[in-house]
Ligand binder design. Structure first.
Ligand SMILES: Cc1cc2nc3c(=O)[nH]c(=O)nc-3n(C[C@H](O)[C@H](O)[C@H](O)COP(=O)(O)O)c2cc1C
Length: 168
């Protein structure tokens, strides 16, 4: 799939088939995600694939929505605190690095025909407890799976190039 198609095809999927994804497929996605760039190439991230059992139940309680609970898998993207680059003025780039690896994962999953949704509005304390995180900051979660027939693609409402580009 060309990059333009991939960008157009990805949307926030909030309805999944109750079907597990083959591990080989998830590994293919992770093999692409791990190629993501990061400041000074520190790669300050971990990706937890949470599917079933007690840990999944705890993760669900951090974002208690039925559609999220129904996703067969959730990828949790954490940042390794203190292992990332900071700008000269102290600006911390951990969230930036973790967002990029999350994007790579999402686009690789889209290429596999899977549905994804970025989730940021979760209770980080619950996720940290569920995954027994010590020096890691949970930054994004991505439920993913085969797309249900009733999932709704909405035409993308985006600012135009004229609104966002500044030519100097
Ligand atoms: C950083 C980030 C956090 C988000 N958090 C949530 C969330 O907590 N719950 C949710 O349903 N969607 C969440 N979204 C999805 C956005 O609402 C969605 O991407 C946006 O409305 C554009 O729609 P599209 O993804 O279908 O193109 C998040 C997206 C991003 C990029």
């Amino acid at each position: 799939m060309g990059l333009k198609n991939l960008f157009e095809k990805r949307y926030s999927v909030r309805s999944f088939q109750p079907k597990q994804i083959e591990k080989d497929t998830v590994i293919r996605i992770l093999e692409k995600a791990r190629l993501a760039p990061s400041a000074v190439n520190y790669q300050p991230w971990k990706i937890y694939i949470v599917s079933q059992g007690e840990t999944r139940a705890e993760i669900n309680s951090a974002y208690p929505k039925k559609w999220f609970e129904n996703a067969p898998h959730v990828a949790v993207f954490t940042g390794l605190k203190g292992q990332n680059w900071k700008r000269q003025d102290g600006k911390d780039y951990l969230m930036c690095d973790v967002t990029i690896v999350t994007d790579y994962f999402v686009l690789a999953a889209t290429e596999e025909g899977l549905g994804t949704c970025y989730v940021g509005a979760f209770d980080a304390g619950i996720v940290a407890d569920a995954l027994k995180l010590k020096d890691e900051d949970p930054i994004l979660m991505v439920p993913f799976g085969y797309i249900s027939e009733d999932a709704k693609f909405k035409v993308k409402k985006r600012k135009s190039v004229d609104e966002i580009a500044v030519w100097l």
